[in-house]
Design a protein around this ligand. Sequence first.
Ligand code: TTP
Ligand code: MG
Ligand code: MG
Length: 439
Amino acid sequence: MSPEPPIDRTILHVDLDAFFAAVEQRDRPELRGKPVIVGGGGPNQRGVVSTASYEARVFGVHSAMPLRTAGALCPHGIFLPVDGRKYGRVSKEVLAVLRRFTPLVEPISIDEAFLDVTGSRKLFGDGETIARAIKQAVTNDVGLTISVGVARTKLVAKIASDLRKPDGLVVVPPGTEAAFLAPLPIGRLWGVGAKSAAALREYGVQTIGDLAALPADLLERRFGIVGTSLGDRARGLDGDRVTGEREAAKSIGHEHTFDVDSSDREVIERSLLGLSEGVAGRLRDSGVKASTVTVKIRDSSFHTITRQRTLREPTDLTEPIYRTALELARPEVRGKKIRLLGVTASGLAEPDQLSLFAADDPRRRRAVEAEDLVRHRYGDRAITRARLVRSRLPAPFERDPMTPVDMRTHVRAETAADAPAPIEPGEEPDPIVDDDVLA
Ligand code: TTP
Ligand code: MG
Ligand code: MG
């Protein structure tokens, strides 16, 4: 199977510049512009350099070098002990900034992380724009510089972030991965250490491009399955996903507060339809289906209830979500003035590729996909069901203010505080009849 990722993924790799040394220079302005070497006691101590400021690197000082060597190379260097607790704190602050741009943040060391910003592009712009915004935010809020690589895969983004350090930004447009990698020395490829590099040199491989040009069967004969993967990676192919908090995104919800509290059945039903539509669209954007639907109803006296039901079959379509929301809400809204309505889909799972569309009528699926295309291109207002046209409901609908991350991204992490109430007794899952509630 080809490891080629979907063409439109946008991955960022973010790495702080001279991290430990930069924190010290930030906190002690008199150290700025000076060769700072962090690690152990001092130039005459045992132990190694943790990191050196870029001013010290000019002298050849680098991480893992014996402190004594560093002292000889850079006698005027300012040697500082490692303050692990402080760097840990700063690392968390940086991660918090990154999470404002996407919930899909995968930290891979104390000073670096992958971000999948595919779903954030609608809100923040393309990968380069997001990268610039993140650089600005880290500088403003934490007082440090980062280098960022933007690419379609983790592998390429990671290599890109390292190319123009410090304060670098390297964007590798989709389709140019192989050309971008080709001139780089083979050691830049993730997973190619000194041993692999030596073995590859036997085949005349110096650059990543040389590796990409080796016949696949030769690589497989010589290096087995690792060889095949090496060849793919030399061409920039890498299907590895950003994991991070993907698992934590347990529900997707929209809610709407009426300008004027309403007991009008038509208004309430239209609102539920609009909310269900928003939720279903975001499920499809995220490539997941939901097996549980929850409605939230707040009346004019601020009394709030939630009602929840499990679907017979997971879905990412408006109709089953709307129908379920309607059935749950109907008995609860009767005779009340309603202030707020919410619809949340949970029990999210990524359908496996084979069964992805199997449960749905293929014609309807195609129509839904066409809608999504228009929605992505022209925004949520572009597609509106006939019944919503006169509703004067804002689109896109308000998202749940309980989860700030939701205001910026299309996947919302559920918090314990707003977790739906348990299923009420007597609310056994109903079989969903596939009639068209919109007709
Ligand atoms: P790196 O990101 O590898 O290095 P860096 O941030 O200091 O410099 P740059 O990214 O600009 O090249 O590592 C992050 C921190 O991890 C680094 O500041 C100190 C620590 N570290 C060690 O303690 N020992 C090591 O051998 C390495 C490589 C890093
Ligand atoms: Mg770094
Ligand atoms: Mg690093």
